[in-house]
Write a protein that binds this ligand. Structure first.
Ligand code: DON
Length: 566
């Protein structure tokens, strides 16, 4: 069956079934040749500029990522890390690991309080929270292995944006207002984020970041290693020494991004390329797709309780495995082959009932899920006219991460160490409870959920997706793929459609409030314990337009992004 026929048949099935819920949505952006969908318009434009100058998707991705560190710096930046999935038109594919790593002086129980009065939030809001940043090395590896333009050229749009500044939108201004107290408490951040009147920059004000511009200019002049061995490194390490952090010159000098083989799976005849460990995202995305592949989903419709129940069960099973098996493969063997194996999925599927939720046998105590995860990690997709494709997720972890800016550099320090199990049984920021496989060891990478993914068909990129939202990245990417590929939704509908999320512990089904009462009832009747609230995830995706040729792009309507092409 050709792809267009395949999709047409999906659509005809959809046509006859009643759809229980619909997304308030817009039309996807159409462009015949190239498309960039990022979470910020300035960054999308930075990438388009590089494509117009003759760069390829890899070049554009570097420019977008660096620009996002400027115009959406609360989500990702030079002080953070990233995972990149790239697939070139000639079939070469790679997963680039630019994830932060624990400093060599980190230790397993470093965050466990000793005295009653000790702080319990050091893995989030202190210099100790920062892993050795990997973003710059990851982007440099992408550029040198797959790009065509010199690195300094790709830094220019971000450097210019930091230099001349940009007018703050509501979205950024709200974030600054919300996190103002934390930022005010750190002299370096106060310097960056507060205007001359001592107030956080507000909507409509021009926000310039001269220190960050100077740091980017140093990368331009001396190359990406400057970050790890040059003045930037010195400033970062001096700061760490003076403020009780662990990252030192040796940590930075030893940091290397890694090029890994992508995980490859399949879903209904499509090939799915995604991120291997040290992210858990790709393995569990494939695991859940394998489970769901055994059902005929399209007749249920995208918002039906029957469909959502099956997704919820697959999610719960996958996250049970995540806590048990997933950690940095450089330290612990991870059974990736089994997790992504069709037979294993079949076994798991056989434990699912279509009528009743299987509760976690010994559910953990309900934990108070952090309610504001709206400004965080970032994902974008780039495709070029040659069929090269990049799917990239970058992060500093939580919104504004540590809230600490290295003085004189404009660099916000990540708090990726919180992705480790920082204390046995203690949930991390995202409520995830892990086991020994993800405990801190020197040089080990904290387990991630980032899931940059490229689906191919007939050896060509078909669908790119990924997202932000901690563990919800994995399930939001899953639902985007399934909503598009099974339910035949447009890519914008697939992205905007109300989402659910389950992560094994706590035994909850997180449900966006847009799901109507009968759908929620259908889930309750099957034994799910519902927690109604916002998705706390953001997806950007691009799909091939199989009718006209070209691309359809979608930035999540939950955020302020833009999908634009030409
Ligand atoms: O790598 C991870 O899984 C997390 N550090 C991602 C953080 C994130 O998505 C923040 N968004 N809510």
């Amino acid at each position: 069956m050709t792809l267009s026929l395949f999709r047409a048949s999906l659509l005809s099935i959809l046509w006859v079934c009643a759809v229980a819920v619909s997304a308030a949505t817009r039309s996807p952006s159409y462009a015949p040749n190239v498309m960039i969908a990022s979470a910020d318009t300035h960054a999308t434009r930075a990438g388009l500029h590089i494509l117009e100058q003759g760069g390829n998707a890899a070049d554009a991705a570097v420019a977008v990522a660096l620009a996002l560190g400027v115009s959406e710096g609360y989500s990702s930046g030079l002080g953070g890390g990233c995972f990149i999935l790239v697939r070139m038109a000639d079939g070469r594919a790679a997963a680039i690991d630019g994830r932060e790593v624990a400093p060599h002086r980190a230790s397993r129980l470093m965050f466990v309080p000793v005295n009653e009065s000790d702080r319990t939030d050091l893995s989030l809001y202190s210099p100790l929270a920062a892993g050795v940043p990997g973003q710059v090395a990851g982007l440099e590896l992408l550029a040198s292995s797959f790009g065509t333009l010199p690195f300094e050229y790709l830094v220019e749009p971000a450097a210019a944006l930091a230099d001349t500044g940009f007018v703050l939108n509501d979205y950024y201004a709200d974030a600054l207002r919300y996190y103002a107290d934390r930022l005010a408490a750190d002299p370096g951040s106060a310097e960056v984020y507060f205007n001359e009147l001592g107030a956080p920059f507000a909507r409509g004000e021009r926000f310039k970041q001269p220190d960050l511009a100077a740091t980017l200019r140093r990368l331009q002049s001396h190359g990406a290693r400057e970050f790890y061995t040059g003045e930037t490194a010195t400033r970062l390490c001096d700061f760490m020494r003076d403020h009780g952090g662990l990252i030192d010159e040796q940590d930075l000098a030893n940091y290397r991004a890694k090029q890994l083989e992508p995980l490859r799976g399949s879903y209904r005849g499509f090939e799915v390329l995604t991120m291997p460990p040290p992210s858990s995202g790709g393995a569990h995305l494939l695991q859940m797709l394998n489970i769901l592949e055994g059902y005929s989903l399209s007749p249920y419709g995208p918002g039906s309780s029957a469909f959502l129940h099956l997704c919820a069960e697959a999610m719960t099973l996958a996250f049970a495995d995540r806590a048990e098996y997933l950690g940095d493969p450089a330290f612990t063997p991870v059974p990736v082959r089994a997790l992504t194996d069709k037979a294993y999925a079949e076994h798991l599927r056989s434990t699912i009932s279509t009528d009743a939720h299987q509760a976690q046998p010994s559910p953990g105590p309900a934990w108070d899920y952090e309610s504001r995860l709206e400004h965080h990690t970032t994902h974008f997709c780039v495709v070029d006219a040659m069929g090269n494709a990049v799917s990239l997720t970058a992060t500093v972890n939580t919104p504004f991460a540590t809230g600490i800016t290295v003085p004189g550099t404009g660099i916000l320090l990540n708090n990726e160490m919180d992705d480790f199990v920082t204390e046995p049984g203690k949930p991390n920021y995202f409520g995830l409870i892990g086991k020994a496989v993800n405990e801190i060891e020197p040089g080990k990478k904290p387990l991630s959920s980032m899931t940059p993914t490229i689906v191919t068909y007939s050896d060509k990129p078909y669908l790119l997706a990924g997202g932000a939202g901690g563990p919800r990245i994995i399930t939001a990417t899953l639902l985007t793929l399934v909503n598009s590929m099974d339910h035949g939704l447009t890519i914008q509908q697939a992205v905007d459609w109300p989402r659910i999320h389950a992560q094994w512990m706590p035994d909850r089904l997180y449900v966006e409030p847009e799901h109507p009462a009968d759908v929620q009832d259908g889930l309750l009747e099957r034994g799910h314990i519902l927690d109604i609230g916002p998705a706390k995830s953001r997806v950007q995706a691009v799909v091939a337009d199989t009718v006209r040729g070209g691309w359809l792009g979608a930035a999540d309507s939950r955020g302020a992004g833009a999908a634009i092409g030409f």
